[in-house]
Each structure stands twice: as C-alpha cells, then as structure tokens.
Design a protein. Structure first.
Length: 513
C-alpha cells in the first residue's frame, strides 16, 4: 500500500503523530471502541494484512505496521499468530523498516522442499521453512525482496541476493506468491499500480523470477490496482472450479474510496484469462471499510477452505479515525467460494465457523410480528456492543424492514432491506462520531434480487458492523464509532408491517481476556 502523498501532507500540515510515550495507557484492549474479537494492533497504526500462511499448527498474520506512531509511516511487518483464526498473540515486529526502504505489502509461503536453498531445519525429515516476499519501497523505486525464517517465523533474515524482481518502476509492488502444482513452480502476481496492470512471474526457487504475462486494465480508467491475489475456488454444489483474480482498487469502490473487485476465469500457469465482461465490475464488499485482502496459503491438509481477511478501513480517512493508542484493524476471517446465479458465477463469503466458539445465546424468537419481537427484546434486556445476530425477515407489503443496532439516545446504525430499491443497506449517518471525515458517514447499499424473505447474518463489535446477506451473496463492512451506552437493538419497518421469521442474538466473548 502506497501512501507517500498522504504521508507528505500529514508532515506538512503538522498533524501530531502520537507514540506510546505521548498518550495515556488504558488497560490493553479495553479502550473505547477497541474491537473485542477483531484483530487490532496493541498500539500504533496498521493497514494491510500481509503474508497470511499456515505453518506447523499456527496461522500467521503479518500486517503493515508503523511501530512509531498512529498514522501511516515507517512501514514494517507486524506479526501475530493464532491456532484457531480467532485468538491472536501479537509478536515482535517481524521485518522492520530498513534505513533505505520501507517494507510494503506482500505474502509468505511454506517452502516445503527447500527449493530456495534457504531452509536449515535440523530435522532430516523436514526440509521446510517460511519465506516472505515483500515490496521494498525505496524513495523513487519499488522492488521485490525475500526474507526467510528457520524458527517458525519468530526471526527473519533478508536474502543477501535481494532484489529478486525489479522492473525499474516507481509503482511495482504487492507480490502474492503461491505454488502451482501442475507445473511444479512458484507463481508471483504483482501490480504496476498506476498503470492498473497485473504482472505475472514464475520461479523454480523463489530467488530467480521470469516475467511471463500481463493483464489489465480490465475496464478501469482511473485509480490504482493494489494487493492482487489469484486463487482457485470451488463452485458451490458442483465439482467445478474456477480461478478468481482479486484486485484491490483505490479509489473507485461503490461506497467511495477503496474497495475489492474480482474477475472469474482460467489460469494456465502463465496467463489469466477472464471469462466475464469487464463491466459491470464485480465487487467483493459493498460497504465502506474492506480493503487489501490476503488469503491464507498452505492451509492444513484436512482443511479444503480458502480463507481471507481484509483491512477494516478506507484510505479516505484511515489516518484520522478517532482512536489514539491504536488505529486500524481487520475484518473477521471469511471462507470463500463461488455460487451460480442466473447471471453467472459470483463470489460468496461466510464468516469462519471458528467464531462460533465465542457464542453465548441471549435471545431467540420466531414467527412473530415486529411489535411482539421488540417487546420481548425489552423484557429480556437484550442489548450489547459485542454480539452476533442472525435474522430472517419477511417484507410482506412493507417498503423497508431491518434492524436498528448500537441504538442510543440520538444514535443508531440501520441494517435494512428496501423493497422499493431492491437493495440491502447499512446506514451509518447517525451512528455516532462522524465529524473526523466528511467521507465517513453515509448510506451504503448493494442490489439484491426481489424476494419475499431475506437472511441477515450480522457481526457487531465495539466499532464495527459486518453484514452477510443470504448466506454470503452480499457483504457490507462498516466501521462505526457510537458513544458509550449506545447498545440498543430492535426491529423496524416502514410502510406496511413486515414479519420476523426468526431472530437469534449471541453475546460474543472477548478474545483478549
């Protein structure tokens, strides 16, 4: 992720960069708005997830991190590990900023057969090690470097032969590497960001790369391409598979600012070929705050899922969100697959099932009108800041039906379905603190097929709402900053009265306690 222009503005405008010594130190992970089951850094700034890989029983999560302040700068790779994708242990910075370059986004792989010659495992039965591939961002050029770890990712050594790929360009970045088994080689997907061009390389050893093809701009005439990914996904309910090309675009997303588009097609080891038209553009998330996705490499052999995670923010306001000790965070991990609709294949996402271990049921009701549901919510004292909610709602003749979440005296976040517009939406214009950016508040929507009933699967945390619609066919991710005490929940409708087919609310444990 490149933010040179923005960083220069921050320096020129005299924005104060707060360091741990400059701020009070509340109890870790108990500050106002601190998410309780989404990953956030212990302190300072983070953006893109990087190097997501599974190795020897641990899910590794690296991330773009400023160890010295709570705005973008001094980019390094932060590091955390988990055994379940839910509970994370933050570790020391893995790859720190170099005096000559910052450490931009990239990926990590398990070099199982020591193709690189960098693995020094003393176990004769195990020749593997971790190799990270990242962008070294020099003053006016970007090059691809590798680093390796022989102690399960705890310490890293930069390869002495860096750079391993160099196009002599100022915007050549974000390498995503995977092993392509049919041709027994490594494939690297990168971008020339300003040209909106994908550049593919291959290598036998992670050290020597050959440029093989380009792709783009796929109808895009503005903005940058960043953080590409190329993965094979199953088609739900069939034995078919397709390749998904993921492109993170800045700006130009449906809700404004940053977003994630994708294309579906074929990959022959050298060239990606799209099977769908360039327009309309297909988007992975229709909310304001989902970007810079990264999929886990080398998932356990018994786990066929493809899982990704995204940065829970937007470059329109990432440096000014109203948190102090920490800034930035990540979505919940999501499982990916393709589903066939009348107009073709589309990406669907579901929250990973591991999140269910956090549940404590607070409320359950079915087949009731809205007034009865809201009365029962009040009688049972169902409210909260940290919870999961599943609802199936029937519009009937209503113009609109939905949920009011994080409701307070003068605040609420609406998640609704509009029958008149055939869309699902999140409206956070009255969600709480919004004054830090004119681009933050708004009503953000995704089109849906006209239907009598709709399923909503909603994850609410202290400063976020994630909405999965109809088993993941639409997703909207939003940051919110409600005032203390805004913890109400109810159902509403406009026009005629709709019906609640089912509603379940679970309180979720904090993963930090």
């Amino acid at each position: 992720m490149k933010q040179i222009a923005l960083f220069s503005f921050l320096l020129i405008s005299g924005v104060l960069t707060l360091t741990p010594s400059a701020v009070a130190q509340p109890t870790p992970y108990d500050q106002p708005w601190r998410p309780q089951y989404h990953f956030t850094p212990p302190q300072n700034f983070m953006n893109d997830p990087n190097g997501t890989v599974f190795y020897k029983g641990e899910y590794h999560l690296f991330y773009q991190h400023n160890p010295e302040g709570n705005v973008w700068g001094h980019m390094s790779w932060g590091h955390a590990v988990s055994t379940d994708l839910v509970h994370w242990q933050d570790l020391p910075v893995a790859i720190p900023e170099d005096p000559n370059y910052m450490i931009y986004s990239g990926s990590a792989v398990v070099d199982k057969n020591n193709t690189s010659g960098l693995c020094e495992n003393p176990d004769p039965r195990d020749h593997s090690c971790l190799v990270a591939i990242y962008t070294a961002a020099y003053k006016d050029r970007q090059k691809q470097h590798i680093a390796f770890s022989n102690d399960r990712g705890r310490t890293w050594t930069n390869y002495s032969g860096n750079p391993v790929a160099d196009l002599d360009a100022p915007d050549f970045r974000d390498p995503n590497v995977f092993w392509y088994e049919p041709q027994h080689k490594w494939v690297m997907v990168t971008v020339l960001a300003d040209e909106r061009t994908l550049v593919l390389f291959d290598s036998p050893d992670l050290k020597h790369w050959t440029k093989r093809s380009t792709f783009g701009p796929a109808g895009d005439t503005a903005g940058q391409w960043e953080c590409p990914d190329l993965i094979e996904l199953p088609v739900e309910g069939t034995h078919e598979k397709r390749w998904l090309l993921i492109i993170n675009r800045n700006p130009g997303a449906p809700a404004g600012g940053t977003g994630v588009r994708y294309l579906i097609g074929k990959f022959d080891g050298t060239q990606f070929t799209s099977e769908i038209p360039d327009t309309p553009v297909l988007w992975a998330d229709w909310g304001k705050d989902f970007y810079a996705t990264n999929t886990w490499n080398d998932m356990p052999a018994t786990d066929p899922r493809r899982v990704w995670i995204g940065w829970f923010s937007n470059w329109q306001y990432a440096n000014v969100e109203p948190t102090v000790l920490w800034r930035g965070g990540l979505s919940v991990p999501r499982t990916l697959m393709l589903r066939r609709f009348h107009d073709g294949l589309r990406l669907v996402q579901k929250p990973v099932s591991e999140l269910e271990q956090l549940r404590h049921e607070k409320f359950r009701a079915a087949n009731a009108n809205i007034a009865d549901i809201n009365r029962k919510i009040g009688e049972t004292g169902t409210k909260g800041e940290v919870y999961e909610l599943e609802a199936e709602l029937e519009l009937g003749h209503a113009d609109e039906i939905g949920m009011r979440l994080r409701k307070g005296k003068d605040t609420e976040t609406l998640v609704g379905i509009s029958a008149t517009r055939d869309e699902v939406f999140v409206d956070k214009t009255r969600s709480g603190e919004t004054s830090f950016s004119k681009d933050f508040p708004g009503r953000h929507a995704a089109s849906i097929e006209k239907t009598a009933r709709i399923k909503l699967h909603i994850f609410v945390d202290r400063s976020s709402v994630e909405v999965f619609v109809n088993d993941g066919e639409r997703v909207l991710s939003e940051r919110i900053y409600p005032p203390a005490g805004s913890d109400g929940i109810d159902v509403y409708s406009k026009g005629e009265v709709g019906k609640v087919i089912s509603l379940t609310v679970w309180e979720l444990d904090s993963v930090w306690k």
